[in-house]
Design a protein around this ligand. Structure first.
Ligand code: ZN
Length: 72
């Protein structure tokens, strides 16, 4: 059981190292942290990635449904 945990930890570490490395190579821009920031939906409070959120009147929404709720 302990071995399994160590194995999972190792895989996770390697994954993150690889992912971070790959990311720095493919996107040298500094706005990555902004794109990956999690922000709460104004209507339902669900956290969504900033790049996937819908923005209206300076507020963020998780989906078109929540945006409609606000308007209707
Ligand atoms: Zn929502």
């Amino acid at each position: 059981m302990l071995k399994l945990l160590l194995f999972v930890g190792l895989i996770t570490t390697i994954y993150y190292l690889f992912f971070a490395k790959k990311k720095s190579l493919t996107s040298p821009r500094n706005d990555d942290s902004m794109e990956e920031a999690m922000i709460p939906c104004t209507m339902c409070g669900t956290y969504v990635q900033a790049k996937e959120a819908l923005m209206s009147s300076g507020k963020y929404y998780c989906s078109p449904e929540c945006l409609k709720k606000k308007q209707g």
